[in-house]
Ligand binder design. Structure first.
Ligand code: GLN
Length: 485
């Protein structure tokens, strides 16, 4: 039995019945890593010894009857989330030697629940990218076809899950970085409402957009993970004091009485016909399951990408100022003066995409241009919020594709950053508005690459997302559909 191929809920049942131990699961995960990781490159750092120690401890917790919700479950963590004593690079050379002295809030919660942390997953440098081609430690390959991108920026977190190199993982989503790789790798990914999950210990990219969330093999596992990581944290001033419901409870409710919206703007020019067909097939299935389908309009969707690529770089240019060679990570030791040390550390430490964003961000915030760019973009953001408000007055959740196309070949778009930015057109609006979004597999292209369906709902309505997602998964029977590796 390869226990690493099972879901959290399947493993929990077996653990509860005493049919296996956390150590067996963890050893299976490491055998799998030994067999496939060289081909895939899902991890930046693997913490084998710590993981095996945690597995032994989880075994003791189970024996003593004090097991937490994730006791004995091996997870991968995007390398932008601080893990005490384990290197955290954010996919950047500038943080190559950085070992955090503390755990992020989500890591504290996972440890408390008994989870085992296998390692730190590959990502685009500082979460800037849509393909995971901007990582200083190599490009992870899509397990469905090793010539293709696995999506970004949480590409390693998605690849590790679908390749069974962990049971589930955490990613972060600033403009689509959980939903896109989930879609390209054929798994489930959830971006929670802004404020639902603490960002304490998440290395900041664009603070008003960043949110941590789970990637998992099925919708139920996503709900289990969300139960554990959600909740108020006084160390994150944007974290919201709101009761966390049991996200597993509503899964099996049917869709009777639910209205699902289709926005015509999400099926616009540039949408790959295979993606459109797969998503529409999913919509049909949800209709069969009892949902009412209704057309709605989100007229400002087309301005989302432009607004995001002003707001996110603006925030990034400020957030990344802290990497100056003094406080964290690498430092150029040959510089003759303090200013040269700053310059050289940042020139050598940051990759091309990060530099591009810092330059863009600094530019749009500069006094002569602030009104023309940053202020305008913030106004567009408000219009997008208003669009959603109107739409959610008419429906419970919105259905759409996650990305306009399936995964592309590694290198195919590297020369053209703009075309990569455009692939975020369907995921960015949720971040600008702070609403939750879920990606659920809904088909496989003729070339053998997965296609995802996105479900969005109003703030703090993750239960609706999960309920719709679960019904879709049941009807499509795609859970467990895996690449041959
Ligand atoms: N592709 C977007 C960007 O590069 C979103 C990335 C993310 O969600 N972290 O900014």
């Amino acid at each position: 039995m390869n226990y690493n191929a099972l879901t959290i809920h399947e493993l929990k049942d077996l653990l509860a019945r005493g049919e296996l131990t956390p150590l067996q699961i963890t050893e299976d995960v490491f055998s799998r890593i030994d067999a496939v990781e060289e081909k895939i490159g899902a991890y930046i750092t693997i913490s084998r010894e710590q993981a095996l120690r945690q597995a032994e401890e989880a075994g003791r917790q189970l024996d003593s009857g004090k097991a937490g919700v994730l006791c004995g479950i091996p997870l991968a963590i995007k390398d932008v989330i601080c893990t005490k004593g384990v290197r955290t690079t954010a996919g950047s050379k500038i943080l190559e030697p950085f070992i955090p002295p503390y755990d992020a809030a989500v890591i504290e919660k996972l440890r408390e629940a008994g989870a085992i942390i296998i390692g730190k997953a590959s990502m685009d440098e500082f979460a800037m990218g849509s393909a995971n081609e901007n990582c200083a430690y190599g490009i992870p390959k899509n397990p469905w076809n090793l010539d293709y991108i696995c999506g970004g920026s949480s590409g390693g977190s998605a690849a590790a899950v679908v390749a069974d190199e962990c049971i589930a993982s955490l990613g972060s989503d600033t403009g689509g970085s959980i939903r896109q790789p989930a879609s390209h790798c054929g798994i489930v990914g959830l971006k929670p409402t802004y404020g639902r999950v603490s960002r304490f210990g998440l290395l900041a990219y664009a603070s008003s957009l960043d949110q941590i969330g789970p990637l998992a093999k099925d919708v139920r596992d996503c709900a289990v993970m969300l139960n554990v990581i959600s909740g108020y944290d006084r160390r994150d001033s944007t974290s919201v004091k709101q009761v966390v419901p049991d996200y597993c409870a509503a899964l099996t409710d049917g869709l009777q009485g639910m209205t699902l919206g289709i926005a015509k703007e999400y099926f616009a020019e540039g949408l790959d016909p295979e993606v459109e067909a797969a998503v529409k097939y999913g919509v049909e299935k949800l209709k069969e399951a009892g949902a009412t389908i209704r057309e709605v309009s989100l007229p400002h969707t087309e301005y989302g990408v432009a607004a995001y690529y002003i707001i996110a770089p603006a925030e990034a240019s400020s957030n990344l100022a802290r990497y100056d060679g003094v406080k964290y990570g690498m430092r150029d030791m040959d510089a003759g003066s303090l200013i040269d040390m700053y310059k050289q550390t940042r020139s050598q430490g940051f990759g091309a995409e990060v530099k591009r964003r810092i330059i863009m961000g600094t530019y749009v915030l500069s006094s002569g241009y602030y009104d023309a760019y940053y202020k305008k973009a913030s106004q567009v953001r408000t219009l997008i919020v208003e669009d959603y408000k109107k739409a959610f007055a008419q429906c419970d959740a919105l259905l759409s594709p996650v990305t306009p196309t399936p995964a592309w070949k590694i290198g195919e778009k590297s020369h053209d950053p703009l075309s990569v930015y455009l692939s975020d057109v369907l995921t960015i609006p949720a971040n600008l508005a702070g609403i939750p979004g879920l990606s659920v597999p809904c088909g496989i292209s003729k070339a053998g690459l997965p296609i995802g369906l996105q479900i969005q709902a109003a703030h703090f309505e993750e239960e609706k997302l999960l309920r719709v997602g679960f019904n879709l998964e049941q009807r499509l029977e795609m859970a467990g559909c895996k690449p041959a590796l």
